[in-house]
Design a protein around this ligand. Structure first.
Ligand code: S3P
Length: 173
């Protein structure tokens, strides 16, 4: 059984639009790590977009794919920055898998910033239709406590640029 410290994965969690993929790409580049985006992995495996998966099979089916993907990864992965979908840590079994994979970093973004960044976005099925502002606030209230309790460390990202966030992150890990 490999020790967590030897595996040296970095897992980014946080709300939609917090910058997990952007920051993940930059951190991986800086450290010479691989990058694995769970959403992209699922899209590749399924051969269609996440929106399409939600539309055809529903959210619960997508959640099963997330759990399956994590279990598959856990066996082999190391020296990788793993960028997760915003809802992934909400299942306790997923949160446990994340902890086994490595150091979990929560990118903490304010709801106003999410609304600004994602206005007009069509790729996130949970934020379509009316009242996006209420949807963001409600989901974030529900998720924040989980993100906080699952993370080894919290990095605030609102109003900060990517380089500054990456500087802070590489000091921690
Ligand atoms: C989701 C976040 C999305 C994607 C899916 C569901 C969520 O990923 O997994 O649309 O439940 O918060 P991002 O956090 O990368 O937007």
């Amino acid at each position: 059984k490999m020790l967590k410290s030897v595996r040296k994965n970095i897992i980014l969690i946080g709300f939609m639009g917090c910058g997990k993929t952007t920051v993940g790409t930059a951190v991986a580049g800086r450290l010479g790590y691989n990058l694995l985006d769970v959403d992209l992995y699922i899209e590749k495996e399924a051969g269609c977009s996440i929106s399409q998966i939600f539309a055809d099979k529903g959210e619960q089916y997508f959640r099963e794919l997330e759990t399956d993907t994590l279990k598959k990864l856990n066996a082999s992965i190391s020296h990788t920055v793993i960028s997760t979908g915003g809802g992934l840590p909400m299942r306790p079994e997923n949160a446990e898998e994340l902890r086994k994979l490595g150091t979990v970093i929560y990118l903490d973004v304010q709801p106003e910033e999410v609304i600004r960044r994602l206005s007009g976005d069509t790729s996130r099925p949970l934020l379509q239709g009316d009242d996006v502002e209420r949807k963001v606030n409600r989901l974030m209230d529900e998720r924040r406590p989980v993100y906080e309790s699952e993370a080894d460390c919290v990095i605030p990202v609102t109003g900060r640029d990517v380089e500054e966030i990456v500087d802070e992150l590489v000091c921690i890990v």
